[in-house]
Structures are given as C-alpha cells and as structure tokens.
Design a protein around this ligand. Structure first.
Ligand SMILES: Nc1ncnc2c1ncn2[C@@H]1O[C@H](COP(=O)(O)OP(=O)(O)OP(=O)(O)O)[C@@H](O)[C@H]1O
Ligand SMILES: [Mg+2]
Length: 324
C-alpha cells in the first residue's frame, strides 16, 4: 500500500487549553494503493480536511501512524509534503499570476524539469478545457476556473500520493467530467489518489473504494458495490409530485422514505418491485404524482441511511407525522 493511515486521532484544543476541544478524527484507519482513487465522504465538519491535512504533513496527529511508501510521514513531515501533492479545499489566491505561470511555478517548485512541466501543464489545460483563461490574471478568474487551476497545480508534478480536497466544487457539469477523467489519469500513472467530495453520485462512478466519516469516525469502508450490499433495501423509487400536492403516505413495503420538496424518494426491497410500480402507477392515475422512476439503489441511499441528517426520516417518523 502506498498510503497507510492507522488509528489516527486528532483533537483541536482551544488556544487557552480550556474545555475538551474538538475531536476531529477518532481512530481512523484506511489505506490507498498505487493506481487507486479513494473517496472520503461525510457531512460538513465530519473531519475529512483534518484527516487529509495530516497525510500531507500540514498538521500533526495526536496518535496513530501515517506511512507513505512505507515511510513514517508523521515523524518526517517534510518528506510527507514532498511525497504528497495537495489541492487544498480553501481557494488559494493566485492574484498577479496567470494560470500558465501558476501551474508552471508549482511544477518547478515540486522539482519537475522545465520541459516536462510545460508539457504536462499544456496537456492539463487542454484536457480541462481551460485554454481561454491561460493568460488571464488569477484575480479575475471565476470560482470554478480557479478550482480547476488549483487541480492542475496539484497534478502537474504529482507526488506518490495526490490529495484532492473537494476538487469538483463550483465546477460545471461538463468540466466535472473532464476533471474526473484527469483524476483517473493520475491514478493510471501510478499515484494513490485520496479525494474528498460531497458529490456522492459522481463518487460512486469514479472511485475504487471509499470511506464515510461521521463526527471524526469512519463508519463505513469498501468499494461502492460492497457498501451497497449492506443496504436494507435495494431499489430507489422516486416520485415527482404534482405541484401543490403533499407527498403521499408511504406504502407498507417502503423501507425508507424521504419527502423532499416536490419529490419523494422511497427505498424498497427488490422483491417489492412489482407492487411498487403498481402503487406509483395508481398515484399517477389519481393525479398525486406527475411521474416516477424505479432504479437500483445508489451510493447516496447508502450514505443517507448511514449518516442520516435532516433530509432523512425514518418511516415511523413520517407515519407519526401523518397520524398527528
Ligand atoms: N483549526 C481548527 N481549530 C479548531 N477546530 C477546527 C479546526 N479545523 C477544523 N476544526 C473543527 O474540526 C472538525 C472537523 O473539521 P474539518 O474541516 O476536518 O471537517 P470537514 O469534514 O472537512 O468539513 P467540510 O465538509 O465542511 O469541509 C469541525 O468540528 C471543525 O469545526
Ligand atoms: Mg473540509
């Protein structure tokens, strides 16, 4: 394994060392092999950035070990910084530099040969369709273009481990696809890619393995397919409500139900596919819903089941609401 994270624990203390502090990571272990894209998912504040910043040697764990290519990265943070490249979550200003200059500069600082760096930069710029902004001052770039330039800065002279903290934020759907292809390319060249994202559906298609963090703890880990086999129900029935209609009461076979604005999503066992279609058809005929779709459950269903949150209601809660 190129990157091994073992039992990492990190608490942020208040400057005055009063109070218990914030436990941002608790006993987190995972590993990423060369050629793998590993996704890190979790709600805001779950501890994702804290974890990846320890990998690249920016902050120090309280306990646990991190090895990059077998070498202790906690004991040797300067090795960690050299062996890993990072696209930080925060947008670093590159005012006064153009993307052409900023990408080349980082590539050179990381030790790339001038000709190689320029070649890789030009390839990345073309692959991400950034050509029209190549010579625009950094201060005048849009948010999404800045994010893509920041990705190119992390990818131009990549380390053994490439850490990407929310690389797809603010990026348009077409360029997000280009970006995912470049993430794959990095892994294809032999890097271990550790990637933080909130985009569960895209992660499902693009990562080899993933972990879900909640309140600093790792609560699930595996391939997308492995995580989905742990799901109580395996079909996803989405109802699009007629404007002004409240979501219908869930049928008896519905395992989980999430009314959400003009839509309602039910997860149901595969065995109930027939009755589910009949139920939805009947709702459509009686004018409660406009349309529906029945698809295999997604990683997002797993995520919601595991992590919950305000959008997730158990069936009982929904039924209790209706009874009230
Ligand atoms: N420098 C810091 N000092 C004190 N607490 C911090 C610091 N950085 C993060 N935290 C706290 O640690 C916890 C984890 O934060 P972290 O930034 O790792 O979360 P995250 O999963 O990356 O969230 P997001 O998805 O919003 O980026 C949060 O409770 C956060 O408030
Ligand atoms: Mg973060």
């Amino acid at each position: 394994m190129l990157l091994e994270i073992e039992r990492i624990t990190k608490t942020y203390r208040s400057p005055l060392r009063r109070g218990p502090g914030t436990r941002a990571n608790a006993d987190v272990s995972l590993s990423v092999d060369a050629g793998q894209v590993y996704g890190l998912l979790g709600h805001n504040g779950a501890g994702k950035t804290t974890l990846v910043n320890q990998v690249v040697g920016l902050i120090r764990p309280d306990a646990g070990t991190i090895r990059v290519a077998g070498r202790d990265a906690v004991a040797d943070p300067s090795f960690a910084r050299q062996a890993c490249s990072l696209q930080p979550q925060a947008q670093l200003p590159i005012d006064g530099l153009t993307p052409r200059q900023a990408i080349e500069l980082v590539g050179r600082l990381r030790g790339g040969r001038a000709a190689d760096v320029r070649m890789r930069r030009d390839r990345l710029v073309a692959a991400l369709d950034l050509g029209q902004w190549l010579d625009t001052d950094g201060a005048r770039l849009s948010g999404g273009v800045k994010r893509l330039v920041s990705f190119a800065m992390a990818a131009v002279s990549p380390g053994l481990v490439v850490v990407l903290d929310e690389p797809t934020n603010d990026v348009d759907p077409v360029r997000r696809r280009l970006l995912w292809a470049e993430v794959r390319q990095l892994a294809g060249e032999g890097a271990a890619v550790l990637l933080v994202t909130h985009n569960v559906l895209e992660a499902e298609r693009s990562v080899d393995r993933l972990a879900i963090l909640t309140e600093g703890r790792l609560i699930a880990e595996g391939t997308p397919a492995e995580l989905k086999t742990g799901l109580a129900a395996d079909l996803h029935l989405e109802l699009v409500l007629e404007p002004g209609f409240p979501p219908p009461s869930p049928a008896a076979f519905v395992a989980r139900y999430r009314p959400n604005g003009s839509r309602a999503v039910a997860t149901i066992p595969a065995a109930a596919a027939g009755p589910a279609v009949a139920w939805a058809e009947q709702l459509r005929r009686s004018g409660v819903i406009e349309e529906f779709s029945l698809t295999p459950a997604t990683l997002e269903d797993v995520y919601v089941q595991l992590v919950g949150g305000p959008a997730a209601h158990s069936i009982r809660e929904v039924r209790d609401d209706r009874a009230a």
